[in-house]
Write a protein that binds this ligand. Structure first.
Ligand code: ADP
Length: 343
């Protein structure tokens, strides 16, 4: 009786799994197929019972899915389905029982298509706006407010706003470029030189209104995209200057940590209330729009920082206290560090 009940329950479970739109493949401890639902046939080309005992890694060795099976990693945009042309599947492994695994694959073609349309749209709009804005800005620069004193304040305001628009377009293009990037240039980024450049940028922006200190305690270089890392680090320095009242201090520190190294910019500025911290890296998110605009901000700086760090498998840590100041840290794994003197 009990065996019959268990068999009925098992049948029920399999019927439910068969009805799922997601592909399910049960694997034994050696990664061999034990069972698969019909969606696995459609999305992965794994059919049951004919593929019983097949080793997935061997079957897909030369396909995008094979690379994911070997190396794992992020596949938010999905990998090409080995069975259906034009279909992208997002895969995940779920461990269960004694070293057994379940492979789940979901059709994300529509989502990735929509995401691509969104990305292309933003990139195209930004690109199309760039030329007319450059022309308008150029003509505004040619007009001398002294020639038409009555319009002088208007001209100055027009220049400021056109510069702001140009900066927004440039930042959107930078973000589009970062989003489209999958592989990074693996350059040696000389940190001592970069820290000196950042100090120069901070001082130029501050015009002597703040004390700027730089400390290189790590004595290691980074491996990655020199241009993008410069842009991320520079954004944090710019923010520190912008959101710190005159007389404050900006500290730029590069130091080792137990797991790698971190680049931290600390300021003694306005600080950020805790409820905003988790949303700061969203596009156009600002704690105070008026303060951001007044200081020339676009609301895109920290999104750029987050994207650059993601590409380097690094994370952004933000600590802040209103009225006291903030510390923004870029935390890198040891795998991203290059010891000085070694190629
Ligand atoms: P923005 O161009 O407006 O500075 P960001 O993406 O760089 O845009 O930053 C988002 C928001 O985070 C800013 O508008 C500001 O409110 C807040 N912020 C960023 N850095 C600091 C800082 N060092 N101190 C205080 N607030 C900051």
């Amino acid at each position: 009786m009990r065996a019959a009940r268990l068999a009925a329950q098992l049948r029920d479970l399999r019927t439910a799994a068969r009805a799922l739109p997601d592909a399910l493949v049960l694997l034994d401890a050696d990664g061999r197929v034990q069972w698969a639902n019909p969606a696995a046939g459609r999305l992965l080309g794994i059919t049951w019972p004919s593929d019983r005992g097949v080793c997935l890694a061997d079957r897909f060795a030369h396909q995008e899915l094979g690379t994911w099976l070997r190396e794992g990693g992020d596949n938010a945009d999905g990998v090409a389905s080995p069975a259906a042309a034009g279909v992208r599947v997002q895969c995940a492994f779920i461990d269960y029982g004694d070293r057994r695994r379940l492979l789940v694959a979901r059709d994300v073609s529509r989502l990735t298509r929509l995401e691509r349309v969104r990305r292309d749209f933003v990139a195209n709009v930004s690109h199309e706006l760039r030329t007319p804005l450059t022309v308008i800005h150029g003509y505004l620069e040619l007009l001398d407010p002294g020639d038409v004193p009555a319009l002088a304040p208007v001209l100055v305001e027009m220049r400021t706003q056109s510069q702001r628009m140009r900066q927004i377009v440039e930042d959107l293009l930078t973000l589009s470029h970062l989003e489209a990037q999958h592989a990074l240039p693996e350059e040696r980024v000389a940190m001592d030189a970069l820290l000196q450049t950042l100090r120069g940028e901070a001082e130029a922006l501050s015009h002597g209104r703040h004390r700027v200190t730089v400390e290189d305690a790590a004595h290691v270089d980074l491996r990655g995209s020199a241009k993008d890392l410069h842009s991320a680090f520079s954004n944090l320095v710019t923010n520190a200057v912008r959101y710190t009242p005159d007389g404050g201090t900006i500290r730029i520190v590069w130091r080792r940590t137990p797991g790698g190294a971190e680049y931290t910019v600390t300021d003694t500025g306005y600080g950020i209330p805790a409820e905003h911290l988790s949303r700061l890296t969203e596009r156009f998110y600002r704690v105070s729009s008026s303060r951001s605009r007044a200081s020339g901000g676009t609301g895109l700086g920290l999104s750029i920082v987050k994207h650059v760090l993601d590409l380097h498998q690094a994370t952004l840590r933000i600590e802040s206290e209103p009225g006291k100041g903030s510390a923004f840290s870029c935390v890198f794994d040891a795998a991203r560090l290059l010891v000085l003197g070694n190629p």
